[in-house]
Design a protein around this ligand. Sequence first.
Ligand code: GAL
Ligand code: ZN
Length: 691
Amino acid sequence: MKKFPPISKDFPHFLHGGDYNPEQWIETPEIWDEDMSLMKEGNLNEFTIGIFSWAEIEKEEGVFDFSWLDTIIEKIHNAGGKVVLATPSAARPKWLSDKYPEVLRVNETLVRNKFGHRHNHCFSSPVYREKVRIIDEKLSERYGKHPAVVAWHISNELNGRCYCDRCAENFRNFLRKKFDNDIEKLNHEYWTRFWSHGFSSFDEIEPPRTAASGSLATGPMGDACVLGLNLAWKEFCSEQIIDITAFEKEAIRKYSSLPVTTNCMPMHIGFDHFKMGKVLDVHSVDLYPRWSSDFTGFAKYCAYHCTFCRGIKEGQPFMVMESAPGINIGSVVYHKVKSAEEQLFEAVDFIAHGADTVQYFQWRKGRGAYEKNHGAVVDHYGKSDNRVFQMVKTTGEMLEKLDGVIGTGIDAKAAVVYDYKTQWALDSGLASFAPQDTNGYFTLTRNLFNAFWDKNIPVDIISYDMDFSKYKAICLPLPYIMTEALADKIKKFVSDGGMLISTCLAATANENDLNYTGGVPGAGLRELFGLRVDEVDYYGAGAPTPNAVIAGDKEYPVRLHAELIVPDDAKTLMTFKGDILEGCPAVLTKNYGNGKVYYIGFNPGLEFLSDFLPEAVSECGIAPLSEITGDEFIRVTKREGDNEEYFFVMNISGTEEQTVSLNESFTDVLTGEKKEGNFTLKGKGFMILTK
Ligand code: GAL
Ligand code: ZN
């Protein structure tokens, strides 16, 4: 496999550092000097700075003071460290919203927010954009070629939406473009005769809104019953976030060619991360596993999310921009501190799935305000002889031995598709942006992933846009939204010899959430699957299900959805048991061209998928990694480059000792020892091996 270039060609090592706010210590510059020596002492090499520094750089409109930033970047450089430099657009100075209230976001009840918190801005505001452009260009001009600066960090965890008149007008323009300025096309696609919702002009359209109090009992605050419009609004909000990122990148590019990223949060489904990936040079993510609450569960969480991040840029290694060295305060109430073992395991778990950095939030605890007690590499104590600092130092020691891993990738022949549009549409009934997962989309993608990963079968998570031809098997979770163009791409993949595994709800609606008539699967996929879905039984989240699926002497529970399927020329492999579906086809297969499809006519759980998927894909030559095998809790991933192979062996049990069999001879990357034969790994243990 061909290696990917390192994030920084001048620094092909693991960046090990994190978010640093030197401006909070501007009155005590001796702290800056301590930070530099602590960086070296702790085996760290990077600071991410400037994220929330706008007010310190531009104290009043148009008056810029870069002196403190000059000093700190010079200090980092002289200490041998690197800088990931942020644009400060995630939080604005107060003068900006006082003078130009239009930069403030309007919330769903159509009230303009006051100054406060962060992110609270309107992405459509020309003033906001202009002020961001000016400061970004100045930063880029000043530091874009500085030898210490290795990458740009745009904003911070971009998210949210605004309901101001300007955003509403931009939304209408988005729709005008989508429907060639023809309102009748929109009326048709959005089925607006329903409840007298027809529009006579684009001017009449408002962003869909259901504020918390907007039930029929209290009076709706806005309209969210046109599902196509809800979907378009989510798509528009996603594009706005991606567009502002591209806008900032353009400002940076005026003077600097360094790689650009923005840190994403996996659970932020307010934008399409795959589309965002096209704007970025490198993807980055913030991950906060809570090891103490469920060690195995969070090992799986990290594996899934890191695989997702690797998929964003088609296999390219990504940055873990933030992780907590100590407690995480904020989004979760309960987050116990990590043990030294958990800290090391976490770093290895990230890297095993494609991370090329290990960075923290935060470097040093501030003395006041919202995040003063959030875990940090440097505590208020200020010294290095404390537990967390020592843990981080040990992590750095390990990372220094892993240079060879930089740029290596994972060669997977199986993939699971994740489609934001489908996820948004399936959640649309709630008209909510929160990952409610009522339809189990997210859970199902995770279960599909786990069915491979649990057996040490390399697997990718991809979008519909990606090249399918490098895969032998592709899984489609609830492929409810389907276009004809996409259906053609899928058919070609199968007829060229690929294996396609689809679950229920296939090709139900087009890209505007308008249902197909004439039978589903629509969009031409009935021919591929060789069946017609006559009815979908929907049990509701958490509801008891009357049906199960029978496979030989095993029975699998059915959750959420089960379909009444009428086969055309597909062959039935398994049937349902229980009420109306008794004896009806549940799992079907069909050969198509040189390939094969499986159709799973229900929303399957992990137990079914774990038994079914590895066996199905074995027919096309996909197998677990064979070089290293082990007990139930042993997970193995392999990162490879042009000539090298690294094996990450992890015991994802928090407590149980597990046996690992090395079926070839290896060298332990961390100790240099030769290794072969059987080993035991204690709970939370790991090994990094090469041949
Ligand atoms: C992240 C955010 C950081 C910090 C951190 C606290 O989501 O990007 O700025 O707030 O959470 O855990
Ligand atoms: Zn707005």
